[in-house]
Design a protein around this ligand. Structure first.
Ligand code: EPU
Length: 301
C-alpha cells in the first residue's frame, strides 16, 4: 500500500520517517513477504497522533516487531507497516529492575541484564526477535518465559488511542499467548529479575546456547517453530515420526534438523510455505487426530 503525498507530508510535519516501497522479505527471518510503505516511529509520543491520522485517512496498518515469528504474503500488501527503529534502544538497570525499550533485541537484553548480575532469563538467550514481540507472544524456551518477570508494560492501547502503563499482574501470560489486544503496541517494559553473579548466568546461557545449536537449524531462514505444541505433546516429534523432515513445497522445507522448523531454502514464496504448513497439519491430523495450531503469525491480505 502506498501512502499519498498529503499523508506523507503530514507524517513529515510530525517528524515521522516514511520508507516507501520496501520489501518485507528483507525485514523477516523467513525472508518472505511483499512490498509496502513503512512508518518508522522514532518518538513514541507521536504514536497516538500517527494512529489518528491513519484512522482518519482509512489507511490499514499493521505493526511489525523483530519479524522473526511472522509469515507475510507476497505481492503488493494492502496495509502499511509500522515499526520501532531498533538502533540504540533504551536499557537500564536499577536494583533488581530492568527498564527496556520494546525495540531492543531480546538476546541483547538478556546479555545486558546478565552483565548487571540480573538473571532468570537464560533460556531466552537464543530466541530471535524483539523484546516487544517476546512480550506479545510470551516468548519462552528451556523452562523460561518472559511473562512472570514483567512488572509493568508501557504500550499504545488501541482501545483508548493513548499511551498507557499496565501492571504486570493485570496482564495474562499463557503459553505463547497474552491478554494484549492484537493492535496494542508494546513500547517499554519493566522487569524484575533475580540477582545472580554474571559468571553463573553466563554458564546457564552457554548451556542453553549449546542445546539450541544441537537441535535447531540456526543458520537457516526460519520463523522458529511453526506450530504450537499441543497439550502434553510435541509437534516436532509428531512431524518427525511421520518422516516429514526434508519434505518440501518449492523452496519451503521441513527442516531436517528440527521438524517443527520450516525453512526457506532459497526463494520460497508465501504460497509455498502456506501449502507446506497445510500439508503437514493435514498429515498430523489424519495420523494423530490432532489439529495443530499455528505458532507463527500469518499475515494474509
Ligand atoms: N523432537 C523430535 N524430532 C524433532 C524435533 C523434536 O523427535 O525433529 C523431540 C525431541 O527429541 C524432544 C521433543 O521432541 O524429545 C521436544 O523437542 P524440543 O526439546 O526441541 O522442544 P520443542 O517442544 O520442539 C519448544 C519450543 C521452542 C523452544 C524449545 C526449547 C514450542 C512450539 N517450541 O520446542 O520454541 O526453543 O522448546 O525450549 O513451544 C519457538 O517458539 O519458535 C520455538 C522454537
Amino acid at each position: 500500500m502506498r501512502i499519498s503525498d498529503t499523508v506523507a507530508a503530514r507524517l513529515k510535519e510530525l517528524g515521522v520517517e516514511l520508507r516507501q516501497g520496501i520489501s518485507l522479505a528483507d525485514e523477516t527471518s523467513l525472508a518472505i513477504g511483499g512490498t509496502t510503505d513503512e512508518i518508522l516511529l522514532r518518538r513514541y509520543d507521536t504514536i497516538p497522533e500517527v494512529m489518528r491520522l491513519l484512522a482518519n485517512e482509512h489507511i490499514p496498518h499493521r505493526f511489525l516487531g523483530g519479524g522473526t515469528n511472522v509469515l507475510i504474503v507476497d505481492g503488493e500488501l494492502p496495509w502499511v507497516v509500522m515499526h520501532l527503529p531498533t538502533a540504540h534502544p533504551g536499557m537500564r538497570v536499577e536494583g533488581n529492575a530492568a527498564y527496556v525499550d520494546a525495540s531492543a533485541d531480546l538476546g541483547g537484553m538478556v546479555t545486558f541484564c546478565a552483565k548487571h548480575d540480573l538473571g532468570g532469563m537464560e533460556g531466552l538467550i537464543g530466541v530471535p526477535g524483539s523484546v516487544g514481540g517476546a512480550l506479545r507472544m510470551n516468548a519462552g524456551a528451556y523452562g523460561t518465559q518472559i511473562g512472570p518477570h514483567v512488572r509493568e508494560v508501557e504500550l499504545y492501547r488501541a482501545a483508548t488511542g493513548e499511551i498507557e502503563t499496565l501492571r504486570g499482574g493485570d496482564i495474562r501470560f499463557d503459553y505463547r499467548h497474552t491478554s494484549f489486544a492484537p493492535d496494542d503496541v508494546m513500547l517499554r517494559v519493566k522487569l524484575e529479575l533475580p540477582s545472580n553473579p554474571f559468571k553463573e548466568i553466563l554458564a546457564g546461557i552457554k548451556v542453553c546456547n549449546e542445546k539450541r545449536r544441537s537441535s535447531q537449524p540456526l543458520n537457516q531462514k526460519s520463523a522458529g517453530c511453526i506450530f504450537k505444541n499441543p497439550p502434553g505433546g510435541s509437534a516436532g516429534r509428531m512431524i518427525d515420526e511421520l518422516g516429514l523432515k526434508g519434505h518440501r513445497v518449492g523452496d519451503a522445507m521441513v527442516s531436517d534438523r528440527h521438524a517443527n522448523f520450516f525453512v526457506n531454502t532459497g526463494h520460497a514464496s508465501s504460497a509455498d510455505m502456506l501449502k507446506l504448513i497445510d500439508e503437514v497439519r493435514e498429515r498430523v491430523r489424519s495420523a494423530y487426530g490432532i489439529e495443530l495450531e499455528n505458532e507463527v503469525i500469518v499475515w494474509r491480505n
